[in-house]
Design a protein around this ligand. Structure first.
Ligand code: 3HC
Length: 301
């Protein structure tokens, strides 16, 4: 059955080589998924060789873990390792037919990244962004061919979360959309097509839940209490853990974007920004409950 709003799948372009811009948390996870499921060469890039190497190390480490768990054979591990490469030279993207970015969630940065990469790719290359809550259409504003851009939003942990939000802007062509849908299917993910609205569908709901959880914490309720209170709702993990998994910086950014779009409806947590500066700090006690955080000026019980 064709998913709601999906174009004719015959319009999908073949994907034979993938370029990944960004080698961070999300990008390296989906780069690995691309090689595993699509078995095509994947080249990753970032600002400098150090970042590229970190991403490659993660991918090669995960391949070694899969091998250790006997999920893949030694031959398969060798094949996957050979399919992944890193570069700081965008000319290596010239023959990619699918290029996806997961760089810093800042509109100007993403716009520049796409405007830059467009100089190196062919006319027919499809571009995708993993943005979690920025407008896909605005991200493509500096592209000569914005109609080739589609949103392709993965969830963390990429290997296990079954959904991809495919975001269609008013400009996205049926070819780009069909290619995104076919790619999601080949990744064995369930894809839904969403409109280009802040937070799409999932983050819109998550921002509400996590924002209200942060409001409670900022008002003096402990993280442990919030986690315990929300347990009966059946969330797959407590809010503190989910924020930690998503990354506090990303979490704070998602709340900011929603607050900027709908100030009355979404809470912005200044404390979450301060917490994010320290990285991951939701320290747990022996029972796995969040202990709270006390670093001078910033105290969260
Ligand atoms: N990377 C790779 N695999 C992972 C993983 C990770 N970080 N974490 C867990 N897994 C795998 C495990 O290896 C295991 O696989 P196996 O059964 O084949 O061995 C499987 O997932 C289940 O793991 P566990 O049994 O250890 O743990 P749980 O049953 O508790 O499941 C979970 C873990 C799937 C992470 C679950 O807690 C969950 O669904 N949490 C919610 C995650 C969520 O909501 N993510 C969305 C965040 S929002 C987002 O990403 C959008 C962004 O834009 C902000």
């Amino acid at each position: 059955k064709r998913p709601a709003g999906a174009p004719d799948k015959a319009l999908a372009q073949k994907v034979t080589k993938i370029g990944v811009i960004g080698a961070g948390l999300m990008a390296s996870q989906f780069a690995l998924l691309f090689v595993r499921r699509l078995q095509v060469p994947v080249v990753i890039t970032d600002l400098d060789q150090g970042r590229v190497d970190k991403g490659l190390d993660y991918i090669r480490g995960e391949i070694a873990t899969l091998l250790g768990k006997k999920r893949i054979s030694p031959d398969e591990a060798n094949r996957l390792n050979a399919l992944v490469s890193g570069t700081t030279d965008k000319r290596d993207f010239a023959d990619c037919d699918w290029v996806i970015e997961a760089v810093f969630e800042e509109l100007g940065v993403k716009q520049d990244v796409f405007a830059d990469v467009e100089q190196y790719i062919s006319e027919t290359t499809i571009l995708a962004t993993n943005t979690s809550s920025l407008s896909v259409e605005e991200i493509g504003a500096k592209l000569a061919h914005p109609e080739r851009l589609v949103g392709f939003h993965f969830f963390n942990p990429v290997a296990v979360m079954p959904l991809i939000e495919v975001v269609k802007t008013p400009k996205t062509t049926d070819e780009a959309l069909a290619t995104a849908m076919a790619t999601a299917k080949n990744l064995r993910k369930n894809a839904v097509i969403t409109r280009d609205t802040p937070g799409f569908v999932v983050n819109r709901v998550l921002a509400k839940v996590l924002g209200e959880a942060m409001f409670a914490v900022d008002s003096g309720t402990s993280f442990a209490t919030v986690d315990e209170a929300l347990a009966p709702l059946g969330l797959p993990m407590p809010p503190s853990q989910l924020l930690d998994l998503v990354g506090l910086k990303v979490g704070a950014h998602v709340l900011d974007t929603h607050h900027a779009a709908f100030p009355e409806r979404f809470y912005r947590s200044e404390n979450l920004h301060k917490l994010a500066e320290y990285g991951t700090l939701l320290e747990k006690d022996a029972k796995g409950k969040v202990k709270g955080f006390d670093k001078g000026a910033l105290k969260i019980v």
